[in-house]
Design a protein around this ligand. Structure first.
Ligand code: ATP
Ligand code: MG
Length: 513
């Protein structure tokens, strides 16, 4: 595995160290040097002031002799490590701390001007008097309100460098310590980012190789931990969907194989004479039934596949749901009569305009009523009812049939699921009806709920979006609405007043999702 991130971070660390030193070396040197010079100048200036007020003035007032002042200045000079000169305003050197001047032949500094621009100190070779650069401070000697001369203190700049260097050493040591301490950041980076990242990369490699069950350890609760957890979750979901896929294929194969086996069995028996020709018709009908089952299975699978791949393949329109419900119920008239089942139809409003895919919602209703009839005993009652709640229409399909056991409630919307009781009752069922219902409702962004009590009955309720009045105005203008249809009515194959007593006790409920 490449260690590119680590190397980049290391490089950044080295660059950080290099530039820190560079910056400190240039800026600190400049700032410290300036600071030290200013401090030194200030202390020299104070000394110069003292000298000019005491020794030098006494020289002019003839209170002291040149010799005695020289002795004092000489010792002061070595104490301050600076040269002390007393100069007249015209530039004549009256006294130096290094040697006693010959006043009969005094040294004159040509071009001497004591003015300093703004500051009380300056640097230079003092009018060519020194070969080395000096820090120079002036202090005027006043007597009788007149400037009699100047005390000049000079210190070689090289003498200051020592102090500057000692300060710089402290700074460099501090920077080096900080640089070493910042190594801790590198260690943190390794522990907090790099190592978890390596684990994540290893895990993704495992997933890429198809090992979806590889467990990625989540050790921290920071972003890295979150990433690991999310990745682990994703892999888990993929693994699960692979399992579902496998189960699905197994179910499909099984559901195809059993009718095919029986068809084959009957046809072979007919051919080899095990089934006598006079019974052929009976068995051919069974074979036909089985082929019907296969057709239904194929159709349902195709429909589910379309719903799944297209996802939101709903062709929404605004339509009156009442006639649609009536039509759907009418298709079951014959079956209901045969099973002696009563149907109650309780519709809200003369018209009820909803928005959705009319064909698909009809399929939902069809599948629910089909189940209600299938899982009802003779003489049962089926109630189809609509109710308005806020901007939704609740469509309920209720039966007084065998009910669904509590443990099956959460599974009935799964593909191929059939409860044990229904297996005996409905051999033709594929277990795909409710899966299709769920996909359609989901694609509409609506909900479906089920309430059931075994041996008492079952109720499925799904929601549909009602079209509000504003939208309706435009629809009414363009569509022709059948005036006679759609009053709130009890209209069915066998009409009966709504006195349905639905199981109130121990109701089992399950919601879609
Ligand atoms: P198909 O719809 O393809 O004919 P099916 O009816 O068995 O097959 P679903 O409609 O998906 O499949 O229903 C799944 C299972 O849920 C049923 O087999 C049955 O066990 C249970 N079930 C559904 N509706 C009812 C109901 N109204 N009463 C009792 N059980 C029901
Ligand atoms: Mg069904």
């Amino acid at each position: 595995m490449k260690r590119a991130v680590y190397l980049k971070f290391l490089l950044a660390y080295v660059i950080f160290g290099f530039f820190s030193f560079l910056l400190v070396a240039t800026f600190s040197d400049l700032l410290i040097r300036e600071r030290v010079t200013r401090e030194e100048a200030a202390s020299l200036y104070a000394e110069a002031g003292t000298i000019s007020r005491s020794y030098a003035t006494s020289l002019y007032t003839s209170e002291s002799t040149v010799e005695s002042v020289f002795v004092q200045l000489h010792s002061l000079s070595s104490y301050l490590s600076a040269s002390i000169w007393i100069i007249s305003p015209s530039g004549t050197v009256l006294l130096t701390s290094s040697e006693l001047t010959d006043l009969s032949n005094p040294q004159v500094i040509s071009g001497f001007t004591p003015q300093m621009s703004g500051t009380y100190y300056t640097t230079g070779d003092f009018f060519g008097q020194f070969s080395e650069q000096q820090l120079i401070v002036f202090s005027p000697i006043t007597s009788g309100y007149k400037i009699q001369g100047y005390v000049v203190l000079m210190k070689p700049l090289s003498a200051l460098s020592q102090r500057v260097n000692s300060y710089l050493t402290i700074v460099y040591i501090s920077v080096a310590l900080i640089f070493l301490l910042s190594f801790i950041i590198l260690l943190f980076f390794t522990e907090v980012v790099y190592r978890p990242l390596q684990k994540i990369i290893y895990a993704t490699e495992q997933y890429a190789e198809g090992n979806m069950h590889y467990e990625l350890p989540v050790e921290s609760d920071d972003e890295m931990g979150y990433l690991s957890a999310t990745l682990g979750y994703m892999a888990g979901e993929i693994a699960k969907s692979e399992d579902v896929q496998k189960k699905f294929v197994a179910n499909v194969s099984h559901d195809f194989r059993s009718p095919l086996t029986s068809i084959r069995g009957y046809l072979e028996a007919m051919l080899d004479g095990t089934i006598p020709p006079e019974l052929h018709e009976k068995y051919l009908r069974i074979v036909l039934n089985e082929t019907e089952r296969l057709t239904k299975l194929t159709n349902s699978l195709l429909q589910l596949n379309n719903l799944n791949t297209a996802g939101i393949d709903v062709n929404k329109s605004i339509f009156d749901i009442n006639p649609m419900i009536r039509e759907t119920l009418e298709t079951f008239e014959g079956t209901c009569l045969k099973k002696d089942i009563l149907v109650d139809l309780i519709l809200t409003g003369d018209e009820m305009f909803v928005e959705g895919d009319q064909d698909k919602l009809k399929q939902v209703l069809y599948n629910l009523i089909d189940n209600a009839i299938k899982f009802s005993n003779r003489g049962g009652t089926i109630t189809v009812e609509t109710n308005v709640k806020k901007n939704k229409l609740l469509v309920s399909v209720k039966d007084t049939g065998i009910g669904i056991p509590k443990e099956s409630l959460s599974l009935i919307f799964d593909r191929f699921y059939k409860s044990d009781a229904s297996r005996g009752k409905d051999k033709k069922g594929t277990g795909l009806g409710l899966a299709i219902v769920r996909e359609i409702i989901r694609a509409h962004g609506e909900n479906i709920n089920v309430i059931s009590t075994p041996d008492v009955g079952t109720e499925f309720i799904f929601t549909v979006a009602i079209v509000d009045d504003d939208e309706m105005e435009t629809v009414v203008e363009t569509e022709e609405v059948d005036e006679d249809e759609g009053k709130k009515e009890n209209n069915s194959t066998d009409t009966k007043e709504t006195t349905e007593n639905h199981p109130a006790e121990t109701k089992n409920t399950a919601a879609d999702e």
